[in-house]
Ligand binder design. Structure first.
Ligand code: GAL
Length: 383
């Protein structure tokens, strides 16, 4: 049901290549397929049931008349590592992931979700513990994507299939999974699309409306998530690129890191508005939590979104959607935690059943403006 509505909402345009925040970016375009299901062999890892040393675990996979397998998941253990529980978006993600895993037949007590507290050392210890416990599959949202190689090595050595979520490891790391036929995959959306959508929502309003000081350029502030994160890098680049692709001239007044956090963004935007005043025409935030902080600063400065400033975020948090509906945010981009968490769980289940997955499982973002914000809010709140 939710998936159906989401696909109705999906906007069609998407382009790739390079752009810049206040600095300049590299050409980072690469092609990615949306979705799964390609058979490939596996030499380093065999299926969990083949390799479990725990002999209380039996292979309880049955083949039905159609030849497809029916595995009892109720005794299977899932370890889930989240980079930081206090992150709003990851809270939605993990809630949906747990519910969906239970719906698929896992027992709640066999799904263990742990908080990495934004510390890679803490998370690495949690992964070691899951390996010692002998979980059947690991779902990992790494604190640092650059630690993926080390994480993959130890998880693969322990013969545990691995599904990375939300923070995409780099291309070389993904290549290793492919080359070695490891049971390792990544599930997430291509952040370039979300950046592009942010920029397009501004362009769609027209230069006349956005260029408040009529100098023929768009003056903007960029508030970035954490700089190691590919989502932050791509959203920063591609939001501006969409303006440049429309042949708009841009002028970056401030580009700072808000670490996905509302309070940090509030401070950054308050300072930037203090410094650049009426010249600020657009505020781009890499996520909605930061856009909510930006809005607090905009309100405090006596500015009015839609009239003398424009503000976009990403995620489609309920509070942000309410702001889009009431005109206090120009727009946001739905970061589909339903589809991402379900795809991650589905990939984990396939590994448990001894099947394989593609090494990249994608999904689409959806543009959200005042035109469809109510519809998206109803959908995310389950109406
Ligand atoms: C992004 C999301 C952010 C934050 C980040 C964490 O996809 O938009 O709000 O949750 O992931 O990695």
């Amino acid at each position: 049901m939710k998936k159906k509505i989401v696909s109705l909402l999906i906007a069609m345009t998407m382009v790739a290549t390079m752009a810049a925040g206040c600095g300049s970016g590299d050409d980072t375009s690469k092609d990615k397929e949306t979705t799964t299901d390609q058979e490939s062999g596996g030499d380093k890892q065999s299926t969990p049931d083949d390799t479990k040393s725990d002999d209380t675990k039996t292979n309880d996979t049955k083949t039905d008349d159609t030849g497809s397998t029916d595995t009892d998941l109720s005794d299977k253990k899932v370890g889930v590592c989240i980079y930081q529980f206090s992150d709003n978006f990851m809270t939605l993600f993990r809630g949906e992931l747990e519910n969906y895993l239970v719906e698929q037949g896992f027992s709640k007590e066999n799904i263990k979700i742990v908080d990495g507290a934004n510390d890679q050392g803490t998370q690495s210890g949690q992964i070691d513990n899951f390996i010692t416990e002998g979980v059947d599959v690991l779902i990992i949202n790494p604190v640092n994507s650059s630690s993926a190689e080390t994480i993959t090595d130890k998880v693969v050595d322990a013969n545990i299939p691995l599904v990375y979520i939300n923070r995409e490891p780099d291309e070389n790391e993904e290549k290793r999974w492919e080359e070695n036929n490891w049971n390792v995959t990544y599930v997430g959306c291509d952040a370039r699309q979300s950046g592009t959508f942010q920029g397009e929502m501004i362009v769609d309003l027209g230069m006349d409306k956005i260029d408040l000081n009529k100098d023929g350029k768009v003056q903007y502030i960029m508030v970035q998530g954490d700089p190691e994160n590919i989502d932050a890098q791509y959203r920063t680049e591609f939001s501006v690129k969409a303006l440049e692709d429309a042949e708009w001239k841009v002028d970056c007044l401030s580009d700072q890191v808000g670490n996905w956090q509302q309070d940090q963004a509030q401070q950054i935007v308050a300072n930037a508005l203090g410094q650049h005043g009426e010249n600020v025409e657009v505020v781009f935030c890499n996520n909605d939590a930061m856009a909510l902080g930006a809005l607090q600063a905009i309100d405090a400065a006596g500015r009015k979104v839609g009239e003398d400033i424009f503000l976009v975020g990403v995620d489609a948090l309920s509070e942000a959607l309410e702001n889009v509906i009431s005109g206090k945010m120009t727009g946001t981009v739905f970061n589909d935690h339903f589809s991402q968490s379900h795809s991650a769980a589905d990939a984990a289940i396939k590994y448990i059943k001894g099947e394989t997955n593609d090494h990249y499982i994608g999904c689409d973002y959806v543009k959200v403006t005042s035109e469809n914000a109510q519809e998206v809010l109803d959908m995310v709140s389950g109406k």
